[in-house]
Design a protein around this ligand. Sequence first.
Ligand code: AMP
Ligand code: MG
Length: 481
Amino acid sequence: MTLSFDPMAQTYTRLPSELYRFHDPSPVSSPTCIVWNDDLAHELGIQPWNSPTDLANVFSGNRMIGGARPLAQAYLGHQFGHLAMLGDGRAILLGEWLSPAGQRVDIQLKGAGRTPFSRRGDGRAAMGPMLREYLVSEAMNALGIPTTRSLAVVATGDLVVRESMLPGAVLTRVASSHIRVGTFEYAAMVTTASVLRQLTEYSIDRHYPDCRQSETMIVSFLNHVIDRQAYLVAQWMLVGFVHGVMNTDNMAISGETIDYGPCAFIDTYHPQTVFSSIDTYGRYSFGNQPAIAAWNVSRFAESLLSLIHPEPAEAMTIAEGCCREFMRQFHTYWIDGMRRKLGLLQAQSDDEPLIDEFLSMLSQTAIDYTGSFHALLRPSVTIPERDRDAWNHWKRQWDSRLQTQPYSRDEVASVMGSVNPIIIPRNAHVEAVLGAALEGNMRPFSNFMASVRHPFSPSNWDSNFAIPLPVDPSYHTVCGT
Ligand code: AMP
Ligand code: MG
């Protein structure tokens, strides 16, 4: 056994017991580790395992890690705008681990069996969605976007009942914490003022310790969470990521992307893009994400009101002031990112109309979003015949704009190359490698993983994974819960 938790280093369990329930994972029949993240294990200082059986037993929940006191966390969540009592219904937190660099992370098993918060669910997860979370979260990390990580996927040997019988799996998720906006909603609405205060101070110490220096510590905390969320959603928008289910329980206060369900990357650029089969009204469409994040941070601010100021009206005024900043900050991060993506290395006042026109042009064409940034530099990358006029019209403006800045084409290309990925987990490729994995062939999954780990500089430019495939307009993702 090469992993054990230091009982002295466990911090969440020092919080009031209203915030969690101790609960062990339920055993599975015949665990086999099908994916193991060597890089992450190394980064975390988790030594390689000698015995595959041990590894599978530990990361399926069959064998308890020394020092672990497994628990399920309590939280509420606004799901599609409606408040619900949730909590970890199928995830179990094994403990907190300190990396050699001194970074504290939660190690959690997802799909580890029923918990006191399971409601009618079976507490289990199907292999397809767990491999999907592994793949997309690791791709996001390689893209430099804050995210929870994935350490392992273990097949359980059991079937789970969904629309059909599916092979079950347990994912090991690593996060800087699993404290969500919904955790604060729970503390504010279901527990006492003292529990809310303790959760808040704990979160500050764990994620934003600098706030302790501020005279208005709680407001400073709120501002930090707003800032990190604005940054995160800007990064999603720049890379074309659609989270798909931005409920308040799926928004971590650390600012990491969390809870990969029906997420996907856009191919062509259309703000109304929705992939999730349950998002009937497009609440979580690509273009709505900034507005929804703003809505979510307002729910977060609401849960802190009693700590912000004893006078409710005053607390509300302060919180509203903070929340209004969200869109401004989002916009600053986003425009900054777009400038770099387009090689506009010196900010100019008319950049924004130029960028708007670019996106508006893309939205009327079948041009691949990710590929479009490369097409500006490499005329060989094809633009569909019928879109050439629109493309060339915009590109001429872009060419003249570049001439107004004192940078060579090489300098521009180098910045653009460092921020525009060549490889993203394109939907068609994701489905293909997951399909093969479910038939027992892990090789395409492994090859794809190796590619998405180097999104900006794939070893082979002709990599098949870089090439857009024909877009399937009926493509939908499912939550897979
Ligand atoms: P998610 O859509 O993954 O964010 O989950 C929303 C809520 O449903 C959380 O409280 C989950 O723990 C719970 N949940 C999802 N799937 C299951 C399941 N198979 N069994 C029990 N609870 C689940
Ligand atoms: Mg969730």
